[in-house]
Design a protein around this ligand. Sequence first.
Ligand code: NAD
Length: 360
Amino acid sequence: MDYKITVIPGDGIGPEIIRETRKVLDALGARYGHNFSYTEVLMGGVSIDAHGVPLTDEALSTAKDSDAVLLGAVGGNVGTSNWYSLPPNLRPEAGLLKIRKGLNLFANIRPAVLFEELKGACPLKDEIIGDGFDFVVMRELTGGLYFGDRWTKEVDGLRTAKDTLLYNEEEIVRIARQAFEIARKRRKKVCSVDKANVLDSSRLWRQVTEEVAKDYPDVELSHMLVDNCAMQIVRDPSQFDVILTENMFGDILSDEASMVTGSIGMLASASLGKTKLGLYEPSHGSAPDIAGQNKANPIATILSSAMMLRYSFDLDMEANVLESAIKEVLKKGYRTIDIMSPGKTLVGTDKMGDLIVAEI
Ligand code: NAD
């Protein structure tokens, strides 16, 4: 099969980690008879330098016309780069907002996987880690408190501020469906997280999620209050498969979930909409402090490409092969500097890519 991928290397370490990811995808394509064709577009600081804006309309329409978008990272050193003297809508990160909006992406998925070989980086105790854990947080991206009406004004002589948390049933249905679909490709469990003991929006969330669940009898649905969920992630993370939640709860829980896995260089992410076209990128930024030094860990981006294979292309077997190849390289003791520990073999960005290709 042929797959059209829009590739956005971006700034900082972006080009290095994307180069390694393409190398790995090509190796998988050659082995399993798929043709991945890439169209590179500019976004972030490099686009500002070339075109004066962080993402051109042409670049966005290239992305819209593809089967998936693979992104490195955008942004520079916030303290020293000229990009940050521009108005906010022209800064590198504005490109991210524009592409997410332009592609109608409303669900963000961040996996929290503890790799056996990197247990040392996990801040949890051994008895809690047990045999490890592997869950994803699916966060609603375009509604809720961050997008509701808000104001700050003086009321009865007191400075007062108000934010609004609003969801309609359509917004809940579409993300709930995504969560159940993703669960079907995993261990078939969805835990919907809300604050239904207090919030009306949460009570609607719970009700609508129950209704959607009727179409997925093979997937087990449970509900959990957000405060309890925050505790359970550090008490017994292995109980979770897919955590489904609204924007602000997801913002907080997904950061907590990434923290319990250890290294930032290992954290993948995907943003999905109603169609198969998704945006795949590492959770980390452009790491300007190590850019161009062959030090960046490419694994977060390579793991994001495994999500692309699974969710945009339905190539589940190939995604599994890729994830196993990464585990094998780690098992053999190879590490980039961010995950290095005594007794292991330190390798650079390019060598890590080569080692994963060799396992494939
Ligand atoms: P960062 O994630 O880029 O870096 C934080 C620290 O982690 C740095 O020490 C860096 O060297 C290290 N690090 C990050 N990724 C790594 C990897 N793959 N391998 C090894 N080490 C890695 O966060 P920051 O320094 O706060 O931000 C730098 C720039 O990235 C800023 O301009 C910021 O706005 C931007 N940013 C972009 C995105 C994105 O493109 N989605 C996300 C976050 C931050």
